[in-house]
Design a protein around this ligand. Structure first.
Ligand SMILES: [Ca+2]
Length: 512
């Protein structure tokens, strides 16, 4: 505990210190925050938390912003001067203050000395795939759309200023998936609230993705009897076939599909009716695969409704997202889709009677526009964020089967049209080969533990030099380094330039 802080607290002449009894210690200064009175904010607790193996000592401030945005702010005794706020994933709905790792985890910033904050998206849910809270609840939908993040960010900065008597710098927001959508929403609507933003696998066009595209994924994999066409038992064969055909398509046979869009799979070799020996794929299964990996969401005229498909190479992760596991569970895309369509997607909720199979690809997409204005962060213009001096790193796994990278690449292509070469001074996109959605599940590439975009962002803010690449480090089950490689700033790609082998990052350069 730093001895100076109580003195600063004691002597600074703010309205708050007049309100509160002059505290004699940092512990009392923490407890005094429980008496904080701000419009629309109820502080329910302010308690000192001792250092643990994993975390530094901090003051925990918890409560809610009206009507129901639960938050926690953690103020470390040994403060680095900055503010780090984490987003939340899926439909949010829980205050995950101790989320481990890097993704949507405020402790990732707290460990580095940031004052950190998180929130629950403005409602309670049984899990992050539960959307029942949104039934006839526009207020909660608006809070989940952007207000929960905005108000928590403002509150965090207010509490920091009160507690430390200094404005935080730098101010960093980091989120993945829905947290990535929140990140981009901030850049568009609240460009002054954060200096640096980390946007992971952002679900930017939420209605296009979670209503339209996911309905296409579910309908393509449902037969006339309502059964799944491709199930967990089929994935191994598909995976093997895809990697056999596509691994070398990026110029390097390394077990990674570094350019999944460069490959087109010929499924006939594993088609049962072409005489392949079992295990093999039925015509219906190949039709599903074609819809998933090539066609995407289309209307009855065949026009594409969302610019992405299930990426080739994402098969190692299909159990959790698409097909379910042999032992049960998983298959979250069908759950997300149905919950969203029932309770969140439409201006008038369609309710529990509506299923993914009822989604009409001609009539329904235009009906999503109203809620899209609340949820979607799709405007390809970061001028206000650039003017405010903001910097944003976006990262997206190339084997993401729930938020495919296609939309993000499309969005950055449109950003480039708006900003030209100036775009590089504001934001960089890193596509991560072989990585699952938010780097959650281990697979052929790295998980979120295998790279460090926060340090890259800190350096960018500090030195003004934008990162050209992020180092990926893949470790094996024992924790030994398997390989390293740069993930290059889009549109550059990592190219092998020496013969020292593909397992060493030094062998690669980033080139367009
Ligand atoms: Ca390869």
């Amino acid at each position: 505990m730093t001895p100076q802080r109580p003195q600063r607290w004691l002597w600074r002449g703010t309205a708050l210190s007049l309100l509160l009894a002059a505290p004699a210690s940092a512990e009392e200064a923490c407890r005094a925050l429980a008496d904080l009175r701000l419009n629309d904010v109820a502080v329910l607790s302010a308690v000192p938390v001792a250092a643990s193996d994993d975390l530094p000592a901090f003051c925990s401030v918890g409560g809610y912003i009206r009507p129901a945005i639960n938050f926690e702010i953690r103020l470390p005794d040994d403060w680095n001067g900055g503010f780090y706020m984490a987003g939340c994933g899926g439909f949010c709905g829980q205050l995950l203050s101790d989320e481990p790792g890097f993704v949507n985890a405020m402790n990732h910033g707290l460990r580095r000395g940031y004052a950190a904050a998180t929130m629950d998206g403005g409602h309670w849910g049984a899990s992050s795939v539960d959307a029942r809270w949104a039934l006839h609840n526009r207020l909660a939908e608006v809070d989940w759309g952007d207000r929960a993040v905005r108000e928590t960010a403002k509150l965090g900065q207010t509490v920091i200023a009160q507690y430390y008597d200094a404005a935080p710098s730098p101010r960093i927001f980091a989120g993945c998936s829905t947290g990535g959508r929140q990140a981009n929403m901030l850049a568009l609507r609240d460009p002054d609230l954060f200096d640096g933003i980390l946007s992971g696998a952002p679900a930017l066009d939420y209605t296009g993705l979670v209503a339209t595209w996911m309905a296409s994924v579910v309908q393509a994999n449902t037969d006339a009897d309502g059964q799944r066409i491709i199930g967990p038992g089929d994935v191994g064969l598909i995976r093997e076939h895809v990697y056999a055909q596509c691994d070398a398509a990026d110029g390097l046979e390394d077990g990674l599909l570094s350019d999944p869009d460069a490959c087109t799979v010929d499924w006939t070799a594993i088609a049962c009716d072409a005489g392949a020996n079992a295990p093999c794929l039925s015509g219906a299964q190949i039709e599903t695969l074609t819809a998933w990996t090539e066609r995407g969401a289309v209307d009855s005229e065949g026009a594409q409704l969302y610019p992405a498909t299930v990426p080739l190479g994402s098969e190692p992760f299909w159990g959790l997202w698409l097909t379910g596991f042999e032992a049960g569970g998983g298959a979250l895309v069908p759950i997300f889709n149905q919950q969203f369509l029932q309770f969140m997607a439409f201006r008038e909720d369609r309710g529990e009677g509506f299923t993914s199979l009822d989604f009409d690809f001609d009539a329904d997409p235009p009906e999503l526009a109203f809620m899209g204005r609340i949820y979607n962060a799709t405007t390809p213009d970061l001028s206000a964020f650039a003017e405010a001096g903001g910097r944003m790193i976006t990262w997206h796994g190339l084997a993401d089967a729930i938020v495919p990278h296609g939309y993000t690449v499309d969005y950055y292509t449109r950003l480039r049209k708006t900003h030209g070469a100036d775009l590089d001074a504001v934001t960089r996109l890193f596509l991560i080969p072989g990585m699952d959605h938010c780097g959650i599940q281990p697979g052929p590439g790295i998980t979120s533990a295998g790279f460090d975009p926060l340090t890259a962002l800190e350096e960018w803010l500090e030195t003004g030099t934008a990162p050209e690449s992020l180092l990926m480090t893949r470790t094996d089950a024992e924790g030994a380094t398997d390989w390293t490689r740069p993930a290059c700033a889009w549109p550059a790609k990592a190219e092998l330039r020496t013969d020292s082998g593909w397992r060493d990052a030094e062998s690669f350069i980033c080139t367009e």
